[in-house]
Design a protein around this ligand. Structure first.
Ligand code: ZN
Length: 438
């Protein structure tokens, strides 16, 4: 059976630096669930991929939801009595409550305060907050600054529009040998936040770009969608297509040094769940392997009961649990090229398992075959991994009973899937086993 070399993606040179630079370029844009920040982000991705950009009109019914008004923002500030801008959208786009309606007014501090949001427990950070489905306006600022505001009159200005328009998302389909699909998604709705959002966008984009260069079995469907409403919209428009999805991963928070964390699909025992658990356990001392829960990112929609797709969530630190989460501390200093590269390797290895897991049957099952006369000791080679590769060969021969897959063997032998898969390929070339797809 053909072996598809997806593991080789992990070897791409400077991939971490390239993903970091891409995230850096997108960092200043003010994204939201709709609007020009999303379009500009997708335009940057389109320079690397033949991305199809979909525009879905405001008011479109998508299951129990409705595509909201489109939000765009140009400027926002608060000025004190001396006319100084004390809070300025151009300094940080987190300063504006995302989806704020326009406002131009003068008011006292007491009137302003209900519209100011801070985090008392993290007094130096600007929080990131949204108000998608309740029309209001607000500013986010550090608690230290909020506490220091003197009484007096303030001028507030938000130059935004919230009006009928479109929800925008990007989709890229990379055909493979079969029509069976692997779904890879990332959300695109956060403004200047690095780990929670840009890391996923950067990884997905570079993965799609790299996959186009090597042969693969599955068709890959990449989605760059606003969180929640984007996946609901995609599912509502593609209900007839979801049956082709064999495996799926939601990518988020992949640029920091924590974790890694894998949250299983609702099924819990899908191939992607097993693949991710194996790759994370083989590559990291303390991976967090969690069961499904109906809280998190877009896996919530893909794993809703009518769809129940085999889609898991891959992260480094878990959303909501790292102190930088949804604050101005989730910036470009919080992520690194090295961590992005490590995460990219993780995804490559998970896909390698999905593409290459197969059942093997020994053609010489009566006692151990004689490896020496077939040159198989030389095939293993004399490198530092030789002992482990020899064990892999013995396990592979023993478990090639047509019942065990290569992943079963790797787990049973505590040997990384890649080594086990290469070993099975050597045995197949030498005519000792034959393999068939899962
Ligand atoms: Zn978030």
């Amino acid at each position: 059976m053909t072996v598809w070399p997806l593991r080789s993606l992990a070897e791409i040179e400077n991939i971490g630096e390239r993903m970091y630079a891409f995230a850096e370029g997108l960092y200043p844009l003010c994204r939201s669930i709709t609007g020009d920040g999303v379009r500009q982000t997708l335009a940057a991705v389109s320079e690397r991929l033949p991305l199809k950009v979909h525009e879905v009109a405001t008011g479109t019914e998508v299951f129990d939801w409705t595509v909201p008004n489109e939000w765009n923002i140009r400027d926002a500030w608060i000025r004190n009595e001396s006319g100084e801008k004390i809070v300025d959208f151009r300094v940080s786009n987190l300063h504006v409550l995302n989806y704020s309606v326009p406002v131009k007014a003068e008011m006292t501090l007491d009137e302003l305060k209900p519209h100011l949001i801070s985090i008392p427990e993290q007094p130096d950070l600007i929080p990131y907050r949204t108000s998608y489905y309740r029309e209001t306006w607000g500013f986010c600022l550090s608690h230290r600054q909020l506490e220091s505001l003197p009484d007096g009159r303030y001028e507030v200005f938000i130059d935004s529009t919230l009006a009928p328009g479109h929800l925008t998302y990007g989709e890229h389909v990379l055909p493979g040998e079969t029509d069976d699909e692997v779904l890879i998604t990332a959300h695109i709705c956060h403004p200047s936040l690095a780990n929670d959002n840009l890391s996923g966008i950067a990884l997905l984009t570079h993965l799609a770009e790299a996959l186009a260069e090597i042969p693969h079995r599955y068709t890959y469907r990449f989605l760059l969608i606003p969180g929640t409403i984007g996946s609901i919209t995609w599912l509502a428009r593609n209900e007839d297509r979801v049956g082709r999805i064999r495996h799926g991963l939601v990518l988020s928070c992949l640029g920091d040094g924590g974790g890694p964390t894998y949250k299983a699909s609702r099924r819990g025992d899908a191939a992607v769940d097993r693949a991710a658990r194996h790759v994370l356990s083989a590559g990291f001392p303390e991976p967090r392997l969690e069961a499904f829960s109906p809280y998190g990112y877009d896996e919530r929609q893909f794993c809703s009961p009518a769809f129940n797709l085999p889609v898991g969530l891959l992260e480094r630190s878990k959303y909501g649990e790292f102190p930088e989460y949804h604050t101005s501390a989730d910036n470009l200093d919080f992520i690194s090229a090295g961590h992005l590269e490590e995460s990219f390797g993780m995804v490559a290895r998970i896909l390698d398992v999905l593409e290459n897991d197969r059942r093997c049957t020994s053609l010489n099952p009566k006692c151990e075959p004689q490896l020496g006369k077939r040159g198989l000791y030389q095939a293993i080679g004399g490198d530092k991994d030789a002992a482990r590769k020899q064990m892999a060969m013995l396990w592979a021969l023993n478990l090639s009973d047509g019942q065990h897959s290569v992943l079963d063997m790797a787990e049973r032998a505590s040997i990384p899937f890649g080594i086990m898969s290469d070993t099975c390929a050597i045995l197949e070339e030498s005519g000792l086993v034959k393999s068939a797809g899962e």
